[in-house]
Write a protein that binds this ligand. Structure first.
Ligand SMILES: Nc1ncnc2c1ncn2[C@@H]1O[C@H](COP(=O)(O)OP(=O)(O)OP(=O)(O)O)[C@@H](O)[C@H]1O
Ligand SMILES: [Mg+2]
Length: 488
């Protein structure tokens, strides 16, 4: 609509410009014709007067000529007559061009005509005609015709032009509003609505593209673009769903690998209580105990069964799928569970796995199982490198932190879980690659190199980040920071 208005306005201005130039040129042509006619009339009038003047001169000289001219043209307003004696030519004519014409007329005995002023828009025509008097002096008859008619013509032409411009302007505005709306505005409006829908990512309906003009082409192009985008979006969301499924599978596989590594220890963990249960129940079965002792042995057997159930459940919990609801949990409980799972694994290696400081009363929000998996991966790495008879500590702290660029939820309170070991530390050359998938320094078959990349993925999903720092006493410190959930 606005384009139609602009185009119409431009066309209207152009048309008006052309009309003005044409009207000026036409006016000039008309002036040429009028000037020619007026000049001819003036000269003819002069020629008619010539014999009369000569006769009057012969009869009464200068005074007689002047009297005749005054009498003949007393009531004439448009043509002015003057009788110029040769001696008065200079004195009578104040303008140099007129003087020159009159002198030329007198000297050459020739008619002289000129429009005056010479170098500007003329306001009058002057005609000079020679008159031969009896004493052989050549006087001059001056006839002056005003060109005021030009001003009238010009004013009339301007009035007509203004009227034309008014009519054209009104028609153009009507056209712009009416035809512009029908041909352009309405259709462009539909295209704008389509583009907005595409921009908002909504499902679009193709706009009808009828006709053969540029707007139809644009409509077809936009329809195609919207269809392509929808197709790409659908493919993108399928790819995202597939990516999510694969990530889920990978994380699950990582947990199963951890379970596999811990399995031998699980068998051992279950073995001890099973032996106790077997011994106690055999005592009862063989009736080697009676009375209160039966109750006591049964209680011990039940207690050991609970222990086995707890160990097996913690393994099963860890191994099961991770599509669990986003919820709020205590930071301490999150770490506690991991240590419970890995405790026997650490003991087997003669490594002391301990919780240093706690972050009592601090809460975190997210997927508990995934965050436990991330912490488990860090602790297992620490246990893998820690020499026997050393300690791996897990500290929980709460502090105001500013996350690194592109990570975290902005400056604010974060719970940080620090896993510190007394291992060999990290080779500076390996440092930039630690979180890359499949990066491992372990011997072939000993590690997949996925532990840290999976941990980082999980932590970033929870608006947190992981730092790696050398430990003051040798070894390494991995720090997972997660935003504190302040909502009660
Ligand atoms: N606490 C640590 N001390 C020294 N090096 C470490 C420590 N944690 C990780 N690394 C280094 O980072 C590498 C990558 O660790 P990541 O957990 O991703 O894979 P991995 O432990 O090698 O394999 P997987 O986790 O599958 O057993 C390790 O191979 C090791 O070189
Ligand atoms: Mg690892």
């Amino acid at each position: 609509m606005r384009i139609a208005l602009k185009i119409t306005l431009a066309l209207t201005l152009w048309t008006i410009g052309v009309l003005m130039v044409m009207s000026e040129r036409e006016l000039d042509n008309e002036f040429e014709i009028i000037d020619g006619d007026l000049t001819e009339t003036l000269v003819l009038m002069g020629r008619a007067l010539q014999p009369l003047v000569e006769d009057a001169w012969s009869r009464g000289g200068d005074a007689q000529v002047t009297a005749i001219l005054e009498a003949a043209y007393a009531r004439e307003q448009t043509v002015k007559l003057r009788w110029l004696d040769p001696a008065r030519i200079d004195a009578g004519l104040e303008q140099a061009a007129l003087t020159a014409a009159a002198q030329a007329c007198s000297a050459n005995e020739r008619e002289e005509v000129l429009r005056w002023p010479v170098d500007a828009e003329p306001v009058a025509i002057y005609a000079y005609l020679p008159v031969t008097t009896s004493n052989a002096r050549r006087s001059v008859l001056e006839l002056r015709r005003s060109l005021a008619v030009r001003d009238e013509l010009r004013a009339r032409s301007r009035r007509q032009l203004s009227l034309t411009i008014l009519v054209i302007g009104t028609c153009a505005a009507g056209m712009a509003i009416g035809i512009g709306w029908l041909l352009v505005g309405q259709r462009v409006g539909r295209l704008i609505a389509l583009a907005r829908q595409v921009g908002r990512g909504e499902t679009t309906k193709a706009v009808a593209a009828t006709g053969h003009d540029e707007l139809t082409e644009l409509t077809s192009a936009l329809n195609d673009m919207a269809a392509d985008l929808e197709d790409t979006r659908a493919r993108g969301s399928r790819a995202a769903a597939e990516r999510e499924r694969l990530t889920h599978e990978l994380r699950h596989a990582d947990r199963l690998a951890t379970i596999g590594a811990l399995m031998a220890r699980l068998a051992h963990e279950i073995g001890t209580p099973l032996n106790v249960i077997a011994a106690r129940t055999k005592l009862i079965a063989r009736e080697q105990v009676n009375g209160a002792a039966i109750v006591e042995n049964a209680r011990i057997a039940a207690e050991q069964t609970d222990r086995i159930t707890a160990v097996v459940r913690s393994f099963l919990d860890f191994a099961r799928g991770s599509r669990e609801a986003n919820r709020r949990f205590s930071a301490d409980a999150m770490v506690e569970h991991v240590l419970g799972l890995l405790d026997s694994f650490a003991r087997e290696r003669r490594i002391e796995l301990v919780v240093g400081t706690r972050a009592e009363g601090q809460w975190v929000r997210g997927n508990l199982l995934l965050l436990q998996q991330a912490i488990t991966n860090l602790v297992i790495n620490a246990l893998d490198v820690a020499p026997p008879d050393t300690r791996v500590t897990v500290d929980l702290t709460m502090a105001e932190r500013t996350p690194p660029d592109g990570r975290g939820r902005g400056p604010g309170p974060y719970v940080c879980v620090t896993v510190a070991d007394r291992g060999p530390g990290i080779d500076p050359a390996a440092l930039p690659h630690l979180f890359e998938a499949f990066f491992t320094t372990k011997p072939r078959g000993a590690g997949t190199g996925l532990g840290l990349s999976i941990a980082a993925g999980i932590v970033h999903e929870h608006e947190g980040w992981i730092d790696v720092l050398p430990d003051d006493g040798g070894g390494t410190r991995f720090v997972i920071c997660l935003p504190v959930d302040a909502d009660a």
